[in-house]
Design a protein around this ligand. Structure first.
Ligand SMILES: CC(C)(COP(=O)(O)OP(=O)(O)OC[C@H]1O[C@@H](n2cnc3c(N)ncnc32)[C@H](O)[C@@H]1OP(=O)(O)O)[C@@H](O)C(=O)NCCC(=O)NCCS
Length: 158
C-alpha cells in the first residue's frame, strides 16, 4: 500500500505546486492550485499542502510532489477535505487513496472534529469510488443550498 506525507507550501516549492497537472477532461472537476492557494491566503481555516510519496520525515530537497490537497479545520465541528488532486503521471497507483486516509488521520487529531466531510462533482466517478472506499457516506443537504452538480459526503470524526 502507498504511503504519503503532507508538507507546507513554501517559497521554495511553490513552482512545483503550480506545475502539478491533471488531464484536460478532469479540469472541470477541480479549481486550479493557484486559486486554492489564493483562497487559503484570505481564509485562515484553509490549509493547503503538497503531497509527497512516502511517510515522514518527508521529501529530499529536490524531490517532486505528486499532488495537492487542502484541509479546512472547522469552526463548527466539521473538518473538510478539499481540492485533492494527484498529478496525471501518478494517478491510478493508489496515491489518491493514501492521501485521503492521511487527510482523515490529520483531521481526527483535532478533538473538536466530530465529522469529516468532502464533496465532488456528480460525474467524478473516480473520486466517488475513492470516497466510498475510505468510508464516506452520502450527506443529504438542502438542495437549495448546494450546487446541483455537487455531491456532498460525510463520515464520523471523533
Ligand atoms: C480523483 C483522484 C484524486 C484519484 O487519485 P488516484 O491516485 O488516481 O486514485 P487511486 O490510484 O488511489 O485509485 C483509487 C480508486 O479509484 C478507483 N478508480 C480509479 N480509476 C477509476 C476509473 N477510471 N473509474 C472508476 N474508478 C476508478 C478505483 O477503485 C481505485 O481503487 P483500486 O486501486 O482498488 O483500483 C485523481 O484521479 C485526480 O487527481 N483527479 C483529478 C482531480 C479531481 O477530480 N479531484 C477530486 C476533486 S473533488
Amino acid at each position: 500500500m502507498k504511503e504519503v506525507s503532507f508538507h507546507q507550501i513554501t517559497h521554495e516549492n511553490l513552482n512545483r505546486c503550480l506545475a502539478l497537472k491533471i488531464s484536460q477532461e478532469q479540469e472541470h472537476f477541480i479549481c486550479d492550485n493557484a486559486r486554492s492557494l489564493a483562497e487559503a491566503y484570505v481564509n485562515s481555516r484553509l490549509h493547503p499542502y503538497l503531497i509527497f510519496d512516502g511517510r515522514e520525515p518527508g521529501p529530499k530537497p529536490k524531490e517532486k510532489p505528486i499532488g495537492f490537497i487542502m484541509l479546512e479545520f472547522p469552526g463548527d465541528g466539521i473538518g473538510f477535505v478539499l481540492r485533492l488532486m494527484i498529478d496525471s503521471e501518478h494517478q491510478g497507483k493508489g496515491y489518491g487513496y493514501a492521501a485521503l486516509q492521511e487527510a482523515i488521520r490529520r483531521l481526527r487529531k483535532y478533538p473538536d472534529v466530530t465529522h469529516i466531510a468532502t464533496s465532488h462533482h456528480n460525474q467524478n466517478i473516480r473520486m466517488k469510488v475513492l470516497c466510498e472506499k475510505v468510508g464516506f457516506q452520502i450527506w443529504q443537504l438542502d438542495p437549495n443550498k448546494i450546487p446541483p452538480t455537487e455531491q456532498f459526503l460525510i463520515m464520523k470524526g471523533n
